[in-house]
Ligand binder design. Structure first.
Ligand SMILES: Cc1cc2nc3c(=O)[nH]c(=O)nc-3n(C[C@H](O)[C@H](O)[C@H](O)COP(=O)(O)OP(=O)(O)OC[C@H]3O[C@@H](n4cnc5c(N)ncnc54)[C@H](O)[C@@H]3O)c2cc1C
Length: 539
């Protein structure tokens, strides 16, 4: 059995929750800044997040791998444009080894509480097994797509056959000769259905809403390309930049209906070319503007419906019986396997419903977010000092690599820590006015986008508010994360030191020194006389 460390120390400077691309990137960022006193707490037994969990047939990224990777690592031998999950997971494992992150990770521990103590300016983070750890900074890198969504369908629990979610694929289960029902037509289903269709006896795909699917560049990289990427890094970087700007152009149709209609015209031609049966073709053609829901990429999805053993059911599901599914027209279809391609619980109020997260006195995240999850720049939440998020509310994307956003946020977090050090304060707390202004701006901007053109998508909560997406270019996000606008925060000095041991004080001192060294450019209130009333906002 694999060995891993599940024991938390009493104190560390920064606790990161989650060892996906976000948490690992954050750990590396801290190390590079000389702030190696951090712990990543991961509920699973391995790093990788999305790419550890999703191993279904055909699972791959939908942003080119040369871009869907950290800017600071040097992988030149991606096998093809969109690498499969295991290659991405291999890349994550390699990066973890290269930067020696693993000693900082504690595995098999699910965090279920984080409470801020204003007097000591420390967070106490607790795990399901009863351990606690104190820290000064606390980073939520729990990812927006990690808790599988199980649909509430009458009778699902009474089904006698095999049920599996795409994110919990059972590789020991042999699909050959099976009668399969696949529910959902999102990003995962369009990848696994074409892969398993040739194996199974029959597969019925239950579609609630058709997805816009555009072609995918399946070409592998030649040995010569890999040689060039390895030996001429400037060309690899140029290639990465080209990919970045080509993807970035995909943001334009989101805010320009004419452009969206142009893309839609081409996408319809693709469907017409791929699907032979006119009735099936009509069912597979979405009735909403392209881009309203996530645009998917596949060369195999539409063609799969030309197969004799593939059915498309668009009449909704009335109930599931012991060995069958009955649609809303009362038609019963036999099956022995149900695959749930039903995605994830994306709303943090859903996947954090048992997470006790408390900030300044009286602040509880589930109360503060009762009308919807909100943050400032997707990074900080008013009332939760020294707490940061990666891929927080309205910092997700539909058109480019989320790793670009994550790296911008990591930079911002490090800048915030440096600024706090430079000012000699114990915590920073984003002002409510700054957070409100930001969210009003974002929601106003979203109103003019294709996302509000009349579809329902996982970008929205029940009342239609889009809490997921960043509505500008990623370059704009990077610019806004480059520097901390200090007037948007309260910078607070307390009298008491963290209530923990000598270790805690020692850790704080080490970190402070490291920040000083790392931040030769810190200019603002450095050395400003820290007053000793408890606590005092000094800026
Ligand atoms: C099938 C699939 C394909 C995707 N393809 C792309 C793509 O091509 N391009 C793109 O930009 N994005 C893609 N995404 C989105 C993807 O989730 C992000 O790109 C990225 O992996 C997010 O990294 P993360 O670290 O933020 O989250 P995750 O990878 O989800 O990692 C979060 C980690 O936190 C852990 N965790 C969560 N809660 C707790 C807790 N309470 N206590 C302890 N540990 C906890 C989880 O176990 C997990 O390991 C895809 C997603 C899926 C599901």
């Amino acid at each position: 059995m694999k060995e891993f460390n599940s024991t938390l120390p009493k104190y560390t400077d920064t606790v990161i929750i989650g060892a996906g691309l976000g948490g690992i990137g954050m750990g590396i960022g801290l190390q590079k800044a000389g702030l190696s006193d951090y712990i990543i707490i991961e509920k699973s037994t391995e790093v990788g997040g999305t790419w550890r969990d999703n191993s279904y047939p055909g699972c791959a990224c939908d942003v080119q791998s040369h871009l869907y990777s950290y800017s600071f690592t040097d992988k030149s031998d991606w096998s093809k444009r969109y690498a499969p999950w295991n290659e991405i997971q291999g890349y994550i494992l390699g990066t973890v080894s290269e930067y020696n992150v693993r000693p900082n990770v504690r595995f098999g521990l699910e965090v279920n509480s984080a409470v801020f103590d204003e007097k000591s300016a420390t967070w106490t983070v607790g795990t399901m097994d009863g351990q606690t750890i104190q820290c000064r900074y606390f980073v939520l890198a729990t990812g927006p797509l990690h808790v599988p969504q199980f649909p509430k369908i009458k009778g699902l629990e009474s089904f006698k056959g095999k049920v599996m979610h795409s994110a919990q694929w059972d590789h020991n289960y042999d699909l050959r000769g099976k009668k399969v029902a696949s529910i959902g037509t999102g990003g995962s289903a369009i990848q696994y259905v074409p892969e398993i269709a040739p194996e199974v006896e029959h597969i019925d795909v239950y579609q609630r809403t058709a997805a816009w699917v555009i072609p995918r560049d399946e070409r592998p990289y030649s040995a010569a390309s890999k040689w060039i990427f390895k030996n001429i890094p400037s060309l690899r970087r140029l290639y990465r930049s080209r990919l970045y700007f080509t993807n970035e152009m995909r943001v334009w149709p989101i805010f320009n209906e004419t452009l969206a209609k142009g893309v839609e015209f081409l996408a319809k031609r693709f469907i017409n070319m791929q699907v032979k049966d006119p009735e099936t073709r009509a069912k597979l053609t979405p009735d909403y503007t392209i881009g309203c829901k996530r645009i998917l990429i596949s060369n195999k999805w539409y063609k799969t419906f030309n197969r004799k053993n593939v059915g498309l059911v668009t009449d909704g599901i009335q109930e599931i019986r012991e060995n069958s599914i009955v649609d809303k027209n009362g038609v019963e279809r036999e099956c022995d396997t149900i695959i749930l391609g039903t995605g994830f619980i994306v709303d943090p109020r859903g996947y954090m419903d048992k997470f006790n997260l408390k900030g300044l006195p009286g602040r509880d995240i589930l109360v503060d977010w009762k009308d919807g999850a909100e943050a400032y720049l997707g990074n900080t939440v008013t009332g939760y000092p020294n707490m940061f998020q990666l891929v927080g509310p309205n910092s997700g994307l539909g058109h480019n690599s989320i790793i670009f956003m994550i790296e911008a946020q990591i930079h911002y977090i490090l800048e915030s820590m440096k600024e706090a050090k430079a000012r000699g304060v114990d915590y920073l707390n984003v002002k409510k006015s700054a957070q409100d202004d930001f969210n009003n701006e974002i929601q106003e901007r979203i109103k003019g986008s294709v996302w509000t053109s009349g579809c329902s998508s996982w970008y929205q909560q029940d009342d239609g508010k889009n809490f997921v997406l960043w509505p500008y270019s990623t370059l704009a996000f990077w610019r806004r994360n480059k520097n901390v606008i200090t007037s948007h925060y309260d910078w607070v000095k307390i009298e008491a030191q963290p209530a923990s041991s000598n270790n805690a004080s020692a850790s704080k001192k080490d970190t402070g020194d490291a920040i000083s060294k790392a931040d030769s450019k810190a200019t603002s209130a450095k050395g400003s006389s820290a007053k000793t009333e408890n606590p005092e906002v000094i800026a």
